[in-house]
Design a protein around this ligand. Structure first.
Ligand code: HEC
Length: 145
């Protein structure tokens, strides 16, 4: 019997080939996803600026903030806050550089809001650490410029 075009085109692809092709396409998409450092600006709401730091920036609070930082922030933000912690390479967003004037010119209230809320891959610290610990961490971050 003579085969017509329609019959020839009706080739069945085995399921694993189709799954493989889809998985391959997804892998490629991830491989070409934007590289770290291409963050869209992260701006705290104006209401956050009005919130004042209730913890005095003295030696004791800076020391306490350093301990918080070492435990909860260091992995991503790095020893000097340059965004080069041991985990920073795995993040799809750059953790920023705390030593830059553009960073340091933000109010304590804005930093408090960002630390509390988080933004992927930075976690929210609202229930991770106390408010006091967040303010102490800010007092410490202020010494990194
Ligand atoms: C899992 C990694 C990770 C951990 C842990 C982490 N951060 Fe972050 N952080 C990031 C990333 C990534 C960004 C940038 C987010 C963005 O721009 O979208 C960021 C941004 C910030 C910002 C805002 C930077 C800016 O330019 O305004 C502050 C402030 C901050 N982190 C403080 C902290 C503090 C304090 C801790 C610890 C209590 C902490 N972070 C823990 C990853 C992390």
């Amino acid at each position: 019997m003579k085969k017509n075009i329609a019959q020839v085109k009706k080739i069945k692809y085995p399921g694993f080939l189709v799954t493989g092709a889809i998985a391959g396409a997804i892998t490629l998409l991830y491989a070409f996803a934007p590289m770290p450092g291409k963050n869209t600006p992260w701006i705290a709401p104006a209401t956050a600026d009005a919130v004042k730091n209730p913890i005095a920036s003295d030696a004791a609070s800076i020391e306490a903030g350093k301990a918080v930082y070492k435990k909860s922030c260091y992995d991503c933000h790095g020893k000097k806050g340059k965004g080069d912690g041991p985990k920073s390479g795995e993040l799809d967003q750059n953790p920023q550089d705390f030593t830059k004037p553009e960073f340091q010119k933000q109010t304590d209230g804005a930093l408090f809001w960002k630390i509390s809320e988080g933004r992927k891959p930075m976690p929210s610290f609202k229930s991770e650490i106390t408010k006091e610990q967040r303010w102490q961490a800010i007092n410490y971050i202020r010494t990194l410029k």
